[in-house]
Design a protein around this ligand. Structure first.
Ligand SMILES: Cc1cc2nc3c(=O)[nH]c(=O)nc-3n(C[C@H](O)[C@H](O)[C@H](O)COP(=O)(O)O)c2cc1C
Length: 377
């Protein structure tokens, strides 16, 4: 295929796969799509290892990195310089609530052990910037940022090195701000997406963003994100003006993905109504599989979600403990198992290989386009 996005990034077929798993990134890029490694969960040192591994295994195929440098830091946490200071700000009430909730499902943890404060990981400005520096040391063909305007340093460095900068947006106004800041690709992500998302649906957002960019004379390609699980949906979004698809959830149900057996089973069972947009995992609204965790945190008696990044310092170790408990035979803990996933989860009916998913997308895409064309004859 040939369009502006393919030329900018070097991909053959503009199917972008966001994943925290290096094996997915490599498999997708080698199959002609474009793998994007989500860096958030890694320390800069670990990201360096992951990218070195990708460079050694990807056979020169193009790939990208997604970092999160939040534009706006919540005033409640702005004064903290590191994770130790942030941990100290997490109240005994939040610690006790988490320990009690896990305890109800047979996952034992003392309130004083609920929070993880070691290291530099997490969605913090210092981690985001350090990850960006690591990413630029590798032969990436795209760097992406979410949660606000891409930092000026990212845009400047991208231009200097000829690496396109992509930004995720959930509203037309945000797309226009990103365009004015100088990003090269807009990823317009609808509210059905897994992870942090807005409220406008993909079907409405794509033509809205494409039209707004055109009207303001900005020749910036748009990728469609949110709910895209098939090649037919990708074709539909391209008919609506997008130049490709940016996907996340569909890769969670692949054999290579980082997800646990328990979560994959839940994905296959889940309906599209089984997700929730909740602050209870990161502190900002993010779509995830709804479980007893969300009912508790979003329900009565909850101390309320903490601001980002404090909420993640409570939730991430908790979900690790939940997964470990399930592996060790605690069946009750399965009720709490959750992860970021979009409404497209209702379309997941099996676990496939990442390469197989790319091949299916290509085939469905071609069939859809041919089918539409045939209708005109
Ligand atoms: C498990 C998971 C984690 C995600 N984490 C991030 C992230 O760290 N940074 C980011 O820009 N987008 C993140 N996203 C959003 C994806 O980049 C993508 O926009 C979204 O998954 C598209 O919608 P879909 O899930 O319906 O395919 C995440 C999505 C998922 C499913």
């Amino acid at each position: 295929m040939d369009n502006a996005v393919c030329r900018l990034t070097g991909c053959e077929f503009p199917l972008f796969a966001f994943s925290h798993c290096r094996d997915v990134v490599v498999a997708v890029s080698k199959a002609g799509g474009f793998g994007v490694l989500g860096a958030t969960a890694f320390t800069p040192a670990r990201l360096e290892e992951e990218l070195t591994w990708i460079d050694e295994h990807i056979d020169g195929a193009p790939y990208g990195v997604d970092v999160l440098v939040p534009e706006v830091v919540d005033p409640r946490v702005a004064e903290f310089a590191d994770n130790r200071q942030r941990a100290e700000a997490i109240s005994p009430q939040h610690r006790a609530f988490t320990a009690n909730l896990l305890g109800e499902y047979g996952v034992a943890v003392r309130p004083e052990d609920v929070v993880r404060s070691e290291g530099t990981s997490g969605i913090t400005p210092e981690n985001g910037y350090a990850q960006m520096e690591v990413a630029f040391r590798h032969p990436i063909r795209l760097i992406a940022n979410a949660l606000g305007i891409a930092p000026a340093a990212m845009i400047a460095e991208g231009k200097r090195r000829g690496i396109p900068v992509a930004a995720l947006v959930g509203a037309k106004e945000h797309a226009l701000r990103q365009a004015a800041a100088g990003v090269d690709i807009i990823v317009a992500q609808g509210g059905e997406a897994g992870g942090h998302c807005g409220e406008v649906s993909t079907l409405v957002l794509i033509p809205e963003v494409v039209r707004a960019l055109k009207e303001t004379g900005q020749d910036i390609p748009v990728l469609a994100a949110g709910g895209i699980m098939t090649g037919a949906q990708m074709a539909a979004m391209m008919v609506a003006g997008a130049q490709g698809a940016w996907t996340g959830s569909v890769w969670l149900a692949t054999t290579e993905s980082e997800t646990s057996e328990a979560f994959r089973e839940k994905m296959v069972q889940a309906r599209s109504r089984d997700t929730v947009r909740s602050r209870s995992r990161t502190g900002k609204p993010a779509r995830q599989l709804k479980t007893a965790w969300h009912e508790a945190w979003d329900g009565e008696g909850s101390p309320g979600a903490l601001p980002m990044p404090l909420m993640g310092m409570v939730s991430e170790p908790a979900f690790q403990r939940i997964e470990n408990a399930v592996i060790n035979g605690n069946e009750q803990a399965r009720d709490l198992v959750s992860y970021f996933v979009g409404q497209g989860v209702g379309l997941v009916d099996q676990v496939r290989s990442a390469r197989g998913v790319v091949q299916d997308f290509r085939q469905e895409f071609a069939e859809s386009v041919l089918g539409l064309t045939a209708m005109l004859e």
